[in-house]
Design a protein around this ligand. Structure first.
Ligand SMILES: [Zn+2]
Length: 186
């Protein structure tokens, strides 16, 4: 099975911690450093072939001038940020990604063989080998599903769900992400 989405690696700037967590939740390889200088961030983005996510116009411009793949995400809301990335890259968000990741550290989660007693009757339990934490569909899943439904509706209403992922064009990145304006298409 090939899936181009799996090959995308994101690097989120220090203001985008929540976005980084959600991208990891959807299975995307996303690096995030809470405290890092812009120069170092650009170095990492360039050397690791990351897509740099930032809300900082100046950092975005600097990345572009160095031919680093970068997306200027709006600071408004998480959903707006996720929709912007969906529109730019054509990636999909999946509640049950093929390769689940730890939202705290980005490690790939494993399926534990032996569950602790309190998790014995739970389905779909995953384990982070780095954080030593278990993940399962607990009570917060209700909120997660609500968030996800609203996100999917936003993506659908903006009419780009079936767009083929295009290869990332380094030359033709517009300064302002399309869809930032409230253009009423529906
Ligand atoms: Zn972890």
């Amino acid at each position: 099975m090939t899936n181009n989405d799996d090959e995308i690696r994101f690097l989120a700037d220090s203001m985008l911690g929540s976005l980084a967590k959600w991208l990891r939740f959807f299975g995307y390889d996303t690096e995030y450093y809470r405290d890092i200088e812009d120069n170092r961030l650009l170095e990492i983005a360039a050397s690791g072939n990351y897509v740099l996510l930032t809300s900082d116009r100046e950092l975005h411009a600097r990345a572009k001038s160095r031919k680093i793949n970068t997306i200027l995400v709006p600071l408004r809301s998480l959903k707006d940020q996720l929709v912007t990335i969906n529109k730019k890259l054509g990636i999909r968000y999946n509640l049950k990604p093929r390769v689940p990741r730890c939202v705290y550290c980005n490690s790939i989660l494993t399926k534990p063989k032996n569950l602790p007693e309190y998790l014995k009757n739970k389905n779909d339990v995953f384990f982070c080998p780095t954080c030593k934490k278990y993940f399962w569909e607990g009570r917060m899943w209700r909120n997660i599903r609500k968030f996800y439904t609203e996100l999917e509706n936003m993506i659908k209403s903006q009419g780009n769900t079936d767009r083929k992922p295009t290869s990332f064009s380094r030359e033709s990145m517009p300064e302002t992400p399309k869809g930032d304006k409230n253009d009423d298409k529906s």
